[in-house]
Design a protein around this ligand. Structure first.
Ligand code: ADP
Ligand code: MG
Length: 475
């Protein structure tokens, strides 16, 4: 890479950074690399076609201003799209595509080889008139975009969803794969896209289905010997939304049939929307050819919402339910439930219920009790006391014996195991573990952890202890 391209781009970045949100900068500008500078044209490499489109749509002015400052009025910007090189596609494949002519920042004109080799493949199975058969969309109208609050954690997925909804099948986000942990809004967002499409294009056939139900239908169709009807049914859908595709793991028959349906829909410009609890890279037992299809479009992650977003989700929920609640309580709940929007809502719902059933006022104390219940039920924090109890029970001694100063081998081992598990399962420091387990110092704890590690790898009986206790602590 030439020094000058780098310097020019660095200067642009400085300017851009001062003019946009840090999160946006991180998402859209940090992944870019400057590759070349010839005359007035700076080439930058972006990770995907989607990226390029997003930059063009949202940041072209900013890019233009910054680049003009560096290279003068004749400045040009050239995008180089680097396709992600995964799934056995060993050859790095780059393509250049033209920046749109509407901007003064122009790029080279190069043809774009896209995936639409068969743009007008007609469905040979469509029975005349079948389009009039009404297919129930199975959408939940409460899961709308309006109710899906925006935050840094979901901005990309939400915007991509909106883009898909305004032009189903007509963007490069096909399929759109929404992935993320439990309770972060995948199902909600998937419905929202469908609801919005139905709203804008009432004539389009939209279908929402969980991968589980899809699998069940497929199995039934095989049993009843009408596999073809099953396939034809799915092939006439305009917008297919399949929720929780990780469920297809290991189900080769269903994957196979889905692969064919997917290809058919995709070739005909139909939109496919998928959700999954994992990124495609982390999906197990899903065929490569299917995974590589998932990568054709966009994979957008839903992350855990930050504090502000959690507060706005709660406020929106309360507003919709017509309930008022002191700020202080909302803050308390949002501060303490961090990793799952479903639990966040659950806590606020029980808070409302508790107060109205028992005619209690909603106080911080009540909030504390309820939040604790929620947090405890989902992720029971293992305490050092609890660990000592489990370990002493296992060796049939009492906690006092475990903590005593004795040097008897089996007691020393139990104590060392308690220290080892305290280190493993809590966030406590070595010093704090030592002081709680028989008032020892941090060096003793460190020594205990090393001893347990050593014994685990050399002593079969000891390894069994570790395994047994681990199981007891993990239930
Ligand atoms: P997932 O499918 O990822 O497990 P869901 O879509 O079922 O999660 O979401 C769980 C709950 O959280 C739903 O009630 C949903 O309405 C709510 N929720 C999630 N994200 C948001 C958001 N950004 N704004 C408002 N509600 C949300
Ligand atoms: Mg879900």
């Amino acid at each position: 890479m030439s020094i000058t391209a780098q310097t020019v781009w660095n200067n642009c970045l400085k300017f851009i950074k001062d003019n946009i949100q840090p999160q946006a900068y991180k998402t859209w500008f940090e992944p870019i690399t400057a590759v070349k500078l010839t005359d007035n044209a700076l080439s930058i490499q972006v990770p995907s076609k989607f990226f390029y489109e997003w930059l063009e749509e949202h940041y072209v002015k900013l890019l233009k201003v910054s680049l003009t400052k560096e290279l003068g009025e004749k400045a040009k910007l050239v995008y180089v799209i680097k396709m992600e090189n995964t799934y056995g596609n060993k050859q790095p494949f780059t393509e250049k595509i033209p920046s749109s002519n509407r901007s003064a920042v122009k790029s080279q004109e190069v043809d774009i080889p896209l995936n639409n080799k068969n743009p007008e493949l007609r469905n040979p199975f469509v029975i005349p008139g079948i389009r009039n058969v009404k297919i129930e969309s199975q959408l939940n109208p409460n899961y709308s975009f309006e109710n899906f609050l925006e935050g840094d954690s979901n901005r990309l997925a939400r915007s991509a969803g909106l883009a898909v909804a305004s032009k189903p099948g007509g963007t490069s986000f096909n399929p759109l794969l929404i992935f993320g942990g439990v309770g972060l809004g995948k199902t909600h967002l998937a419905h929202a896209i469908g609801v919005d499409i139905k709203d804008k294009y009432p004539e389009k056939t939209v279908l929402y289905i969980s991968a589980e139900k899809f699998t069940q239908q497929y199995i039934d169709s095989v049993k009843k010997n009408n596999r073809n009807d099953f396939i034809h049914f799915y092939q006439i859908i305009d917008v297919l939304i399949i929720d929780d595709v990780q469920f297809l793991s290991g189900k080769t028959g269903t994957q196979d049939v889905f692969f064919h349906i997917f290809n058919h829909l995709h070739q005909n410009g139909k939109q496919v929307i998928l959700t999954s609890d994992k990124a495609p890279v982390d999906m197990q037992d899903i065929e490569q050819r299917l995974l590589s299809r998932f990568k054709w479009g966009l994979s957008a992650e839903l992350q855990t919402p930050d504090f502000e977003t959690r507060v706005s989700i709660l406020k929106n929920k309360l507003y919709r339910d017509g309930v008022e609640m002191p700020e202080e309580i909302i803050d308390y709940v949002a501060k303490n439930i961090k990793t799952n929007v479903r639990e966040l809502e659950g806590a606020i719902i029980s808070l409302i219920a508790q107060s109205s059933f028992n005619k209690k006022e909603i106080t911080i104390d009540l909030a504390r009790v309820i939040v604790e219940k929620f947090v405890k039920n989902t992720k029971r924090e293992v305490s050092i006391d609890y660990i000592q109890k489990v370990v002493s029970d296992y060796f049939q001694m009492d906690v006092d014996t475990l903590q005593s100063k004795t040097r008897k081998r089996h007691i020393v081992q139990a104590r060392q195991l308690a220290m080892f598990f305290a280190k493993k399962f809590t966030k406590a420091s070595l010093a704090s573990i030592g002081s709680q387990i028989g008032k020892r110092d941090h060096a003793t704890v460190l020594h205990a952890c090393k001893t347990v590690d050593n014994l685990t790898s050399t002593d079969k009986q000891f390894r069994k202890y570790v395994e047994d206790i681990t199981k007891k602590l993990s239930v």
